[in-house]
Design a protein around this ligand. Structure first.
Ligand code: FMN
Length: 276
Protein backbone atom coordinates (compact mmCIF):
# COMPACT_ATOMS: atom_id res chain seq x y z
CA UNK A 1 0.00 0.00 0.00
CA UNK A 2 1.34 3.47 -0.84
CA UNK A 3 1.78 6.18 1.78
CA UNK A 4 -1.21 7.99 0.24
CA UNK A 5 -3.40 4.88 0.54
CA UNK A 6 -2.28 4.38 4.13
CA UNK A 7 -3.25 7.96 5.03
CA UNK A 8 -6.65 7.36 3.40
CA UNK A 9 -7.04 4.23 5.50
CA UNK A 10 -5.96 5.95 8.74
CA UNK A 11 -8.40 8.87 8.42
CA UNK A 12 -11.12 7.28 6.30
CA UNK A 13 -11.05 10.24 3.89
CA UNK A 14 -9.78 10.18 0.29
CA UNK A 15 -6.84 12.58 0.15
CA UNK A 16 -4.01 13.87 -1.98
CA UNK A 17 -1.68 13.83 1.03
CA UNK A 18 1.35 11.59 0.68
CA UNK A 19 1.18 11.28 -3.11
CA UNK A 20 4.61 12.81 -3.62
CA UNK A 21 6.25 10.92 -0.75
CA UNK A 22 8.36 7.95 -1.81
CA UNK A 23 7.95 4.59 -0.08
CA UNK A 24 9.34 4.73 3.46
CA UNK A 25 9.23 1.90 6.01
CA UNK A 26 9.17 4.16 9.10
CA UNK A 27 6.22 6.21 7.81
CA UNK A 28 4.45 3.09 6.64
CA UNK A 29 4.92 1.28 9.97
CA UNK A 30 3.56 4.24 11.95
CA UNK A 31 0.63 4.94 9.60
CA UNK A 32 -0.36 1.28 9.73
CA UNK A 33 0.15 0.74 13.43
CA UNK A 34 -2.44 -0.40 15.93
CA UNK A 35 -2.36 -1.37 19.59
CA UNK A 36 -2.06 -5.09 20.19
CA UNK A 37 -3.69 -6.77 23.20
CA UNK A 38 -3.18 -10.43 22.30
CA UNK A 39 0.24 -12.08 22.24
CA UNK A 40 1.80 -15.39 21.33
CA UNK A 41 3.72 -16.83 24.28
CA UNK A 42 7.03 -16.89 22.33
CA UNK A 43 9.80 -15.07 24.18
CA UNK A 44 11.40 -11.85 22.98
CA UNK A 45 15.18 -12.38 22.63
CA UNK A 46 17.03 -10.53 25.40
CA UNK A 47 19.38 -8.77 22.99
CA UNK A 48 16.39 -7.44 21.02
CA UNK A 49 14.72 -6.20 24.19
CA UNK A 50 17.89 -4.42 25.34
CA UNK A 51 18.18 -2.89 21.86
CA UNK A 52 14.62 -1.57 22.16
CA UNK A 53 15.48 0.00 25.53
CA UNK A 54 18.57 1.57 23.96
CA UNK A 55 16.38 2.96 21.16
CA UNK A 56 13.72 4.24 23.57
CA UNK A 57 16.26 6.13 25.64
CA UNK A 58 17.66 7.70 22.45
CA UNK A 59 14.49 9.83 22.43
CA UNK A 60 14.76 13.58 22.97
CA UNK A 61 14.66 14.71 26.57
CA UNK A 62 13.78 18.12 28.03
CA UNK A 63 17.05 20.04 28.68
CA UNK A 64 18.91 16.72 28.36
CA UNK A 65 17.76 16.04 31.94
CA UNK A 66 16.81 12.43 31.03
CA UNK A 67 13.92 12.23 33.49
CA UNK A 68 12.35 8.95 32.41
CA UNK A 69 12.92 5.44 33.66
CA UNK A 70 11.27 2.11 33.06
CA UNK A 71 10.61 -0.77 35.43
CA UNK A 72 10.68 -4.13 33.73
CA UNK A 73 8.50 -6.59 35.62
CA UNK A 74 10.27 -9.95 35.46
CA UNK A 75 8.42 -11.45 38.43
CA UNK A 76 5.30 -12.97 36.81
CA UNK A 77 3.45 -13.11 40.14
CA UNK A 78 4.01 -9.39 40.57
CA UNK A 79 2.85 -8.83 36.96
CA UNK A 80 -0.39 -10.67 37.76
CA UNK A 81 -0.90 -8.59 40.90
CA UNK A 82 -0.39 -5.37 38.92
CA UNK A 83 -2.71 -6.65 36.18
CA UNK A 84 -5.39 -7.30 38.79
CA UNK A 85 -5.40 -3.57 39.54
CA UNK A 86 -7.16 -2.98 36.20
CA UNK A 87 -10.54 -4.24 34.96
CA UNK A 88 -9.09 -6.11 31.94
CA UNK A 89 -6.34 -8.13 33.54
CA UNK A 90 -5.85 -11.12 31.22
CA UNK A 91 -3.85 -9.58 28.40
CA UNK A 92 -1.85 -7.53 30.90
CA UNK A 93 -1.28 -10.56 33.15
CA UNK A 94 -0.18 -12.74 30.22
CA UNK A 95 1.93 -10.29 28.23
CA UNK A 96 5.38 -11.82 27.58
CA UNK A 97 7.01 -8.51 28.54
CA UNK A 98 5.47 -5.99 30.88
CA UNK A 99 7.02 -2.58 31.52
CA UNK A 100 6.06 0.42 33.61
CA UNK A 101 7.28 3.75 32.25
CA UNK A 102 7.87 6.35 34.92
CA UNK A 103 8.65 10.03 35.22
CA UNK A 104 11.77 10.43 37.35
CA UNK A 105 12.46 13.78 38.97
CA UNK A 106 14.38 12.07 41.79
CA UNK A 107 17.64 11.65 39.88
CA UNK A 108 18.22 15.37 39.21
CA UNK A 109 17.27 16.24 42.81
CA UNK A 110 19.78 13.72 44.16
CA UNK A 111 22.41 15.15 41.83
CA UNK A 112 21.62 18.70 43.00
CA UNK A 113 22.26 17.54 46.57
CA UNK A 114 25.48 15.82 45.52
CA UNK A 115 26.72 18.97 43.73
CA UNK A 116 25.47 21.11 46.63
CA UNK A 117 23.21 23.24 44.45
CA UNK A 118 19.76 24.33 45.49
CA UNK A 119 16.88 22.86 43.48
CA UNK A 120 15.10 26.06 42.47
CA UNK A 121 12.58 24.49 40.08
CA UNK A 122 10.33 22.77 42.55
CA UNK A 123 7.02 23.53 40.81
CA UNK A 124 4.57 22.08 38.27
CA UNK A 125 7.10 22.23 35.44
CA UNK A 126 9.26 19.60 37.20
CA UNK A 127 6.35 17.14 37.11
CA UNK A 128 5.36 18.04 33.54
CA UNK A 129 8.88 17.61 32.16
CA UNK A 130 9.36 14.19 33.74
CA UNK A 131 5.90 13.03 32.57
CA UNK A 132 6.58 14.21 29.02
CA UNK A 133 10.02 12.57 28.93
CA UNK A 134 8.47 9.27 30.05
CA UNK A 135 5.72 9.52 27.42
CA UNK A 136 8.21 10.20 24.64
CA UNK A 137 10.46 7.32 25.72
CA UNK A 138 7.43 4.99 25.88
CA UNK A 139 6.33 5.96 22.36
CA UNK A 140 9.87 5.63 21.01
CA UNK A 141 9.96 2.11 22.45
CA UNK A 142 6.63 1.34 20.75
CA UNK A 143 7.82 2.59 17.35
CA UNK A 144 11.02 0.55 17.68
CA UNK A 145 9.18 -2.58 18.84
CA UNK A 146 6.54 -2.35 16.10
CA UNK A 147 9.27 -1.90 13.47
CA UNK A 148 10.51 -5.44 14.22
CA UNK A 149 7.01 -6.92 14.23
CA UNK A 150 6.24 -6.82 17.95
CA UNK A 151 2.85 -5.69 19.21
CA UNK A 152 2.40 -3.26 22.10
CA UNK A 153 -0.33 -1.68 24.17
CA UNK A 154 0.14 1.06 26.76
CA UNK A 155 -1.88 0.56 29.95
CA UNK A 156 -2.86 3.55 32.04
CA UNK A 157 -5.48 1.42 33.78
CA UNK A 158 -2.76 0.23 36.13
CA UNK A 159 -3.00 3.73 37.64
CA UNK A 160 -6.58 3.01 38.75
CA UNK A 161 -5.13 2.01 42.12
CA UNK A 162 -2.15 4.27 42.16
CA UNK A 163 -1.04 3.73 45.76
CA UNK A 164 -1.11 -0.07 45.41
CA UNK A 165 0.84 0.17 42.15
CA UNK A 166 3.37 2.55 43.64
CA UNK A 167 3.90 0.25 46.63
CA UNK A 168 4.29 -2.76 44.30
CA UNK A 169 7.04 -0.89 42.40
CA UNK A 170 8.58 0.57 45.59
CA UNK A 171 8.62 3.99 43.95
CA UNK A 172 10.53 6.56 45.98
CA UNK A 173 9.63 10.25 46.21
CA UNK A 174 9.61 12.13 42.90
CA UNK A 175 9.16 9.00 40.78
CA UNK A 176 5.69 8.23 39.41
CA UNK A 177 4.16 5.80 36.89
CA UNK A 178 2.97 7.23 33.58
CA UNK A 179 1.77 4.02 31.92
CA UNK A 180 2.39 0.32 31.71
CA UNK A 181 3.32 -1.27 28.40
CA UNK A 182 2.54 -4.81 27.28
CA UNK A 183 4.82 -6.19 24.58
CA UNK A 184 4.81 -9.46 22.67
CA UNK A 185 4.58 -11.13 19.27
CA UNK A 186 1.03 -10.43 18.04
CA UNK A 187 -1.44 -13.34 18.16
CA UNK A 188 -3.87 -11.34 16.03
CA UNK A 189 -3.46 -8.27 13.89
CA UNK A 190 -6.19 -6.01 15.26
CA UNK A 191 -7.79 -3.14 13.39
CA UNK A 192 -6.53 0.30 12.50
CA UNK A 193 -8.47 2.89 14.45
CA UNK A 194 -9.54 5.98 12.54
CA UNK A 195 -8.11 9.29 13.70
CA UNK A 196 -9.69 12.73 13.90
CA UNK A 197 -9.10 14.66 10.66
CA UNK A 198 -6.06 16.90 10.51
CA UNK A 199 -8.42 19.92 10.30
CA UNK A 200 -9.19 19.22 13.97
CA UNK A 201 -5.66 18.54 15.18
CA UNK A 202 -3.46 20.78 13.02
CA UNK A 203 -3.95 24.54 13.48
CA UNK A 204 -2.26 27.25 11.44
CA UNK A 205 -0.88 30.37 13.13
CA UNK A 206 -3.53 30.31 15.86
CA UNK A 207 -5.90 27.94 17.60
CA UNK A 208 -9.24 27.58 15.82
CA UNK A 209 -11.97 25.08 16.69
CA UNK A 210 -14.96 26.88 15.16
CA UNK A 211 -15.88 23.87 12.98
CA UNK A 212 -15.22 21.30 15.71
CA UNK A 213 -18.71 19.90 16.24
CA UNK A 214 -19.44 19.40 12.52
CA UNK A 215 -15.99 17.87 11.99
CA UNK A 216 -16.42 15.46 14.88
CA UNK A 217 -19.96 14.51 13.80
CA UNK A 218 -18.56 13.58 10.38
CA UNK A 219 -15.73 11.66 12.05
CA UNK A 220 -18.25 9.78 14.22
CA UNK A 221 -20.15 8.71 11.09
CA UNK A 222 -16.98 7.61 9.28
CA UNK A 223 -15.89 5.56 12.29
CA UNK A 224 -19.29 4.02 12.93
CA UNK A 225 -19.47 2.96 9.27
CA UNK A 226 -16.37 0.84 9.90
CA UNK A 227 -16.79 -0.30 13.50
CA UNK A 228 -20.47 0.15 14.31
CA UNK A 229 -21.09 -0.01 18.06
CA UNK A 230 -24.13 -2.25 18.65
CA UNK A 231 -26.44 -1.31 21.56
CA UNK A 232 -24.96 -4.08 23.76
CA UNK A 233 -21.47 -2.58 23.35
CA UNK A 234 -22.50 0.96 24.25
CA UNK A 235 -20.99 2.33 27.44
CA UNK A 236 -22.92 2.83 30.70
CA UNK A 237 -26.38 2.09 29.27
CA UNK A 238 -27.92 1.98 32.78
CA UNK A 239 -27.10 5.67 33.08
CA UNK A 240 -27.40 6.92 29.51
CA UNK A 241 -29.50 4.33 27.70
CA UNK A 242 -28.76 3.17 24.17
CA UNK A 243 -28.71 5.43 21.17
CA UNK A 244 -28.83 4.97 17.40
CA UNK A 245 -26.34 7.80 16.91
CA UNK A 246 -23.59 6.28 19.00
CA UNK A 247 -20.06 7.16 17.96
CA UNK A 248 -16.59 8.06 19.18
CA UNK A 249 -17.71 11.34 20.75
CA UNK A 250 -20.65 9.73 22.57
CA UNK A 251 -18.43 6.90 23.75
CA UNK A 252 -15.61 9.10 25.05
CA UNK A 253 -17.83 11.73 26.66
CA UNK A 254 -19.73 8.94 28.46
CA UNK A 255 -16.38 7.62 29.66
CA UNK A 256 -15.46 11.02 31.08
CA UNK A 257 -18.88 11.57 32.66
CA UNK A 258 -17.74 9.62 35.70
CA UNK A 259 -14.64 10.44 37.73
CA UNK A 260 -11.64 8.16 37.35
CA UNK A 261 -8.28 8.33 39.12
CA UNK A 262 -9.38 11.41 41.01
CA UNK A 263 -6.76 10.50 43.63
CA UNK A 264 -3.84 10.90 41.21
CA UNK A 265 -3.13 14.53 42.12
CA UNK A 266 -2.93 13.63 45.81
CA UNK A 267 -0.61 10.78 44.98
CA UNK A 268 1.67 13.08 42.96
CA UNK A 269 1.71 15.60 45.82
CA UNK A 270 2.57 12.77 48.23
CA UNK A 271 5.43 11.82 45.92
CA UNK A 272 6.87 15.24 46.75
CA UNK A 273 5.80 17.37 43.80
CA UNK A 274 4.56 20.93 44.13
CA UNK A 275 1.87 21.31 41.49
CA UNK A 276 1.81 25.11 41.36
C1 FMN B 1 -0.90 6.71 27.73
C2 FMN B 1 -1.81 5.64 27.15
C3 FMN B 1 -2.50 4.83 28.00
C4 FMN B 1 -3.32 3.80 27.51
N1 FMN B 1 -3.96 2.96 28.37
C5 FMN B 1 -4.70 1.96 27.92
C6 FMN B 1 -5.33 1.08 28.82
O1 FMN B 1 -5.25 1.23 30.03
N2 FMN B 1 -6.06 0.05 28.29
C7 FMN B 1 -6.17 -0.15 26.96
O2 FMN B 1 -6.83 -1.11 26.55
N3 FMN B 1 -5.57 0.67 26.07
C8 FMN B 1 -4.83 1.72 26.52
N4 FMN B 1 -4.21 2.56 25.63
C9 FMN B 1 -4.31 2.31 24.18
C10 FMN B 1 -5.36 3.22 23.56
O3 FMN B 1 -6.63 2.78 23.92
C11 FMN B 1 -5.16 3.20 22.03
O4 FMN B 1 -3.93 3.78 21.71
C12 FMN B 1 -6.30 3.94 21.33
O5 FMN B 1 -7.52 3.28 21.52
C13 FMN B 1 -6.05 4.07 19.84
O6 FMN B 1 -5.90 2.78 19.26
P1 FMN B 1 -4.58 2.37 18.47
O7 FMN B 1 -3.40 2.53 19.38
O8 FMN B 1 -4.80 0.94 18.07
O9 FMN B 1 -4.49 3.29 17.30
C14 FMN B 1 -3.42 3.61 26.11
C15 FMN B 1 -2.72 4.47 25.24
C16 FMN B 1 -1.93 5.46 25.75
C17 FMN B 1 -1.16 6.37 24.79
Amino acid sequence: MSINEQIHQRFGIPTETGRTVPPNKTLSDILGRRSCRSYRPDPIPEDLLQTLFATAFSAPSKSDLQQACVIRIEDKVKQRRIAALSPHPTWVADAPVFLVWCGDSRRIRRLAEWKEHSFANDHLDAFMNAAVDAGIALQTFIVAAESVGLGCCPVSQIRDHINALSAELELPQWVFPVAGLCVGWPAEQGAISLRLPLEVTVHVDHYDDTELLEQVADYDHRREAIERTPPEKQRMVEQFGTTEEYGWSENRTRQYAIPARADFGHYIINQGFKLR
